[in-house]
Ligand binder design. Structure first.
Ligand code: ADP
Length: 447
């Protein structure tokens, strides 16, 4: 099949979160299975790719053309249309993103000639709408929801002027959302199939608590929405070969893990059993819940190693906690790939009190490094952690519930067995790739 993926992020080019891991990894698996795979990303300034062609597209009532960078890697063709708005260093830029990603989507749509177009999150959710209007050369469209909290809402008249789409789309059954346009909603309505990145999240978004205002839309379109669990790149995230950790180890030979734990305690100046936390610092991830349970964490003989960046208020709360609880809390501000590896390998457990979690990758990575996750039982966390076998699940993202789960960890008699079970779970992309292939095949056979 000729498959085109369109998204805002992919490793190794640009990464903010798990979206980049998925878009950078799964297409490689599909290409290795013999499909003709193209991945289209915005032509960010940081991406160095030779220009091989020009794309012509309609946008904001005029014809445009933009140079397109192109790279080939692992059997995949990467295309980077260099449209206006992506010259700076930022991947996302707040209020300007509506204009940036509508323009990118128009250019990407013009590059498509495929059986299946698979788009990700609101940044590319305009494309199924354009396809439904006959403006994209493809047989079927798939939209994957990595996080429904981001929807791309904008003024309706401005949207029509940018996209040239008809005003007849501004109905409650299509793109209209409380008097504005909601691009993600348009993608959900018009895509042939919609997937979430875990089965549990597919059910959760039909409820007001998790639907971010779109729960009614998800209920209405439930018949075409399914959950396909993410995997991780098990070659990259492999403690037996990882060059970024102080000692290598595996489920069969765990000594290196103990060395990594010792080294992490030394590096960060922590006492006790270290609980790791590698996260974007945003409300979703519940870092405030960790900070509020610090007295209980310390009383349980543990300490916390936090690596993350994001909301300045959460960053300064982490800094204060580290100052107040020297030897028990360390805070490393920023995005640091190497330190993340050392924490996955050197922590004794991993904290994930996310308020919601569409899939989550860090609980899979930590299990692969023999670090049982202690996680709120939501979304993909529920689907990838077996309570009391590969980690600990708790109900309710609140300090009392988290502290209770940490006490269960501290009192657990056979962490070695749990570590072994976690390390031998299958988090490879194989099963997900099977499901996506089956979905693509069903869509193109019926189309
Ligand atoms: P989300 O996409 O919501 O941020 P995921 O768990 O799906 O959450 O993906 C997070 C990815 O980003 C993981 O690969 C994790 O290792 C990485 N990551 C998050 N924060 C940092 C950080 N501060 N430094 C290094 N890696 C990070």
């Amino acid at each position: 099949m000729r498959i085109v993926w369109i998204a805002a992020e992919a490793v190794p080019f640009v990464k903010v979160g798990g979206l980049a891991d998925v878009v950078g990894t799964l297409p490689r698996v599909l290409a290795a299975r013999g499909h003709d795979v193209t991945v289209i990303l915005p032509g960010y300034a940081a991406i160095d790719a030779p220009t091989t062609r020009t794309v012509r597209f309609q946008h904001a009532g005029a014809s445009h053309q933009a140079p397109v960078g192109e790279l080939h890697d692992a059997g995949i063709r990467f295309l980077f249309p260099r449209v206006a708005g992506f010259e700076g260093p930022q991947i996302y830029s707040g209020w300007q993103d509506g204009e940036r990603f509508l323009r990118f989507s128009a250019a990407a749509a013009a590059l498509v000639d495929a059986d299946v177009v698979h788009v990700h999150d609101w940044h590319a959710a305009l494309i199924p709408v354009l396809a439904a209007m006959g403006r994209v050369r493809c047989a079927a469209t798939v939209l994957t929801l990595h996080n429904v909290a981001h929807q791309g809402q904008m003024d309706a008249d401005w949207f029509l002027a940018q996209t040239g789409l008809p005003a007849s789309l501004l109905t409650i059954d299509a793109l209209e959302f409380y008097g504005k346009v909601n691009v993600l909603k348009g993608g959900i309505v018009f895509a042939d199939a919609v997937t979430t990145v875990s089965p549990t999240y597919a059910g959760e978004i039909r409820t007001p608590a998790f639907g971010e205002g779109l729960d009614g839309v998800f209920r209405h379109h439930a018949g075409k929405i399914s959950g396909i669990l993410n995997g991780i790149d098990i070659d990259y995230w492999n403690p037996a070969t990882d060059p970024l950790i102080p000692a290598r180890f595996s489920a069969a030979d765990i000594d290196g893990k103990l060395h990594c734990c010792e080294a992490l305690r030394g590096e960060l100046g922590l006492d006790g059993r270290v609980l790791g936390c590698v996260s974007r610092l945003v409300e979703q991830k519940g870092i405030d819940v960790v900070l509020d349970s610090l007295p209980d964490i310390i009383a349980a003989g543990c300490s916390v190693a936090i690596l993350g960046a994001g909301d300045p208020i959460l960053e300064s709360r982490c800094e204060n906690a580290a100052r107040q609880h020297r030897g028990r809390v360390s805070f490393s501000r920023g995005y640091d790939e190497a330190l993340a590896h050392r924490i996955y390998a050197g922590a004794e457990a991993f904290l994930l009190p996310s308020r919601f979690e569409p899939c989550g990758l860090t609980q899979m990575i930590s299990q692969r490094y023999g670090t049982p996750p202690i996680a709120h039982a939501v979304g993909g966390l529920r689907d990838t952690i077996r309570d009391a076998e590969t980690g600990f699940l708790f109900e309710g993202a609140n300090p009392g519930a988290l502290a209770g789960a940490i006490r269960r960890f501290a009192a657990h008699r056979d962490i070695a067995a749990m570590r072994h079970a976690a390390m031998t779970e299958d988090f490879s992309w194989t099963a997900s790739a099977d499901r996506y292939e089956e979905l693509y095949r069903n869509l193109t056979a019926s189309g």
